[in-house]
Write a protein that binds this ligand. Sequence first.
Ligand code: TRH
Length: 377
Amino acid sequence: MKARWDIFCSVVDNFGDIGVTWRLARQLAAEHACAVRLWVDDLRAFERMCPEVDVQLTQQWQEGVDVRHWPRNWTTTEPADVVIAAFACQLPHDYMEGMAQRERVPLWMNLDYLSAEEWVVGCHGLPSVKFKGVQKYFFFPGFGPGTGGLLRETGLVDRRQAFQRDPQAQQQFLQSLGVFPMAGTRLISLFAYENTGLASWLEVLAAQLQATHLLVPEGRILGDLQAWLEVEALAVGDVHRRGALTVQVLPFMRQEQYDRLLWCCDFNAVRGEDSFVRAQWAGRPLLWHIYRQDEDIHLDKLDAFLALYTEGLSPAAKAALIALWQAWNADGDMAESWTRLLEHWPQVTQHAEKWCLERGLQADLATALVQFYESWI
Ligand code: TRH
């Protein structure tokens, strides 16, 4: 009998909540023979990355996952064996009552946000609150031992390495997006929140001898891009040239396509949580626009990751990379640190692959969740 899992996703804003839970749901179903129901309160965000989703349906099957619309007025449903509340979302009260009434109470976990901060290790797997005898546990993703690990499908890194060894596959993929980069051009993908630091970065890219082709999926950074280009509007398919820089607007694509975009590029500017992890699996240098939080607590997360990620880099390369990430996350001037980072390009590129392979040695998050359940029952 397959273990039944319920994953609850409340879309706060942006795409990370559904991005993470959709990826997890598919992997649990495909690789761990779980019967997975994914409850999503906003199917429109889901449809952006999975166009097959019909936002009108209360129930539908997508890639082996039983996708349910999470209605405001909850109708009684038999709780599953394992219940995952993603990012501390509040479960429907009736559902929690149902959990307490089950003969065997379910395993209830809060899948928390990803952080490299040290305190995560001390909290991961600990009991959290209790509801009528149903114990909730903390489950923290992470980059090393003592955490729940990172989402990583079986064979992902092998597939990425094979793709990066296949110029024809890359060319075909890029052409499917209408992208025809000139030979020898550096490819950069850009997925970020609004950022006034963008202008200083684009200025230096446009002024360089090395040609750059900037690939920008539709998103919140388009306004800053449009301002720098001094154009009235930007739409999918638009291509603009300024000096050595070509800028091309892409559609917001399926998750799998976005992975391939990251794999094709020499450098990836990403944001939030899921794209941040996917860029690490791409094995290429990256720039992370962290999701801002009150009292600047996001900067602690940024510093904690940088301390971990830059281990092994030369002092000069480490300083340049940290300066670039801090400028980007402070809407600051990017020109000087970008120029300095380029002086260490072979090193930071090699380092990105090394980081990816080291992270790939850790059990993936889906496997860690299943193991937690199996040790709990
Ligand atoms: O969209 P985000 O900013 O989501 C954020 C973060 O998850 C943050 O941690 C959370 O607190 C906040 O939401 C509420 O960034 P993220 O996490 O990278 O999620 C984007 C998802 O969109 C990811 O799964 C990748 C996917 N994606 C596509 O499927 N197609 C695309 O074209 C692009 C650019 C992204």
